[in-house]
Design a protein around this ligand. Structure first.
Ligand SMILES: *Cc1c(COP(=O)(O)O)cnc(C)c1O
Length: 231
């Protein structure tokens, strides 16, 4: 027996919270996508969220994704959001519509070359280490412009914007990220289409609305606490 009442309830709350935050911060005209982050969540639960209109899924782990993808509702659209090793790019290149976690130039190069081999151009976001944290990957804000210019020169990727996982508990990084995003957008980098800021998770999505997010990535707030496999 499966009951998805918890997910229904969470969906109602998330939609309400986002609408409320939009009104509160004068962001009624922003279009904000909500992503369902699926790590450790069984496909039946993911598909319930899809059936309720949360059709954008975020995948973190290549192995887990490959095991689950045939079971997902065909209406789902998949973005990759996790740490991605270059040697695994070819395993996902054909089934995801965006890679949000491009954290270094070498990865962008590999995505580009695999995309060209598959006759496509992959939409990407560059991940920014906005807090300058040792433990996190991503481009440094100071070198971001130069990195973006190099990436847009690659033939098999289309730069669509930026993604970040800010240090927890300090909302000043959301504002810093908003400024950086607006700055990169205003530079009109040739060949780039910087329009999407992917920012905000379960603990900070309402604040992310205030600071101009275009896409929030929700796991816990939607599916509940994650049950990590015991082995
Ligand atoms: C797990 C994860 C999320 C969602 O985290 P929650 O706090 O559970 O909402 C968002 N983005 C990335 C990149 C993640 O790995």
């Amino acid at each position: 027996m499966n009951s998805f009442d918890d997910i229904s309830e969470n969906i109602r709350r998330i939609r309400f919270d986002i609408e409320e935050a939009k009104v509160r911060w004068n962001r009624e005209n922003d279009s904000i996508r909500i992503m369902a982050v699926t790590k450790t969540v069984p496909p039946e639960r993911v598909n319930y969220a899809v059936s309720e209109g949360f059709t954008l899924l975020g995948e973190n782990r290549v192995q887990e994704y490959l095991q689950k993808k045939e079971l997902y509702d065909k209406n789902a659209e998949i973005h990759f959001i996790g740490t991605l090793q270059s040697n695994k790019v070819r395993q996902i290149i054909d089934s995801v519509t965006m890679i949000q976690s491009v954290d270094k130039l070498s990865l962008a190069r590999e995505i580009s070359s695999q995309a060209v081999k598959h006759g496509k151009c992959m939409d990407i976001l560059c991940e920014v280490n906005i807090g300058g944290e040792e433990s996190k990957s991503g481009f440094s804000p100071d070198l971001l412009y130069e990195s973006l210019c190099e990436i847009t020169a690659l033939p098999g990727v289309k730069l669509c914007g930026l993604m970040t996982i800010p240090p927890p508990g300090d909302m000043s990084f959301l504002e810093k990220m908003q400024r950086l995003f607006e700055d990169m957008k205003s530079r009109r980098i040739e060949g780039a289409d910087i329009r999407l800021l992917s920012m905000g998770m379960s603990s900070d999505y309402k604040e992310a609305v205030r600071f101009g997010t275009g896409l929030v990535r929700l796991g816990t707030a939607l599916f509940g606490a994650r049950n990590y496999p015991t082995k």
